[in-house]
Design a protein around this ligand. Sequence first.
Ligand SMILES: O=P(O)(O)OC[C@H]1O[C@H](O[C@H]2O[C@H](CO)[C@@H](O)[C@H](O)[C@H]2O)[C@H](O)[C@@H](O)[C@@H]1O
Length: 251
Amino acid sequence: MSQLDHAAAPQLAIFTDFDGTLVEIAETPDSVRVPDDLPEQLERAARELDSAFAVITGREIADIDRFLAPLQLPVAGAHGAQRRRADGVLEQVDEAAVRSADEIAHAVEPLVMTHPNLILERKEGSVALHFRQEPELGDTVRSAMEEAVNGVTDFTLIPGKMVFEARPAFVGKGSALRAFMQEEPFAGRTPIFIGDDFTDEDAFVAAQELGGVGIKLGEGDTAARMRIANVASVYALIQGLGDIAARDRVH
Ligand SMILES: O=P(O)(O)OC[C@H]1O[C@H](O[C@H]2O[C@H](CO)[C@@H](O)[C@H](O)[C@H]2O)[C@H](O)[C@@H](O)[C@@H]1O
């Protein structure tokens, strides 16, 4: 490639989901295994991309910080209800959303008392009810969450992997990606969003509408234009994109 071609190469911004994308799915939310060298690998890629690297996840930001310590990335958490920008500033979480999430969690507590294998995950501005340990309760969980969400305004139900989650209707991974893309160091770059789940679909669309690409891990209908096979390939892709950014910088 000539020097001119290097100068014309698009500068990328990488956005990635966490569960099922940066780490393999595990039996419970707390039992995910983070490879020892993952924080270092991500830190290196982020450095090569001038920090244009963010996690957009259903998890809380505090969870991502704990799993990736000591690395602290820009993160949109709780499906976009929370957001920490690249300059480290934490946006104010909508107080009404926090109260509504608490209400929803409270409404499904009796079901969890009856079925202790269900896992209720209370997050700031969203709620997850997991049924991985009792898959036959999927329909029951859906009905209970539907009923609880119907009782509050401006909340919506989203299906995930062996889980039903409630989040504010006015947030989402797509709007989180769009918000990052209006700020430094993401603005003006070409966004890539990597994810594995139904909840990642609006972020695939957002990345593509902004001139980038969505990359879906695994099978299933998707709006993403590209696919990737597994978590190991995600690591290779992130490392490779970091390498390209480093090489382009040298030329
Ligand atoms: O947006 P993501 O980063 O993909 O997070 C989505 C949800 O992931 C977690 O639940 C899922 O992963 C668990 C651990 O592998 C698994 O046990 C569970 O069945 C999956 O649904 C997390 O617990 C949720 O808070 C996230 O919203």
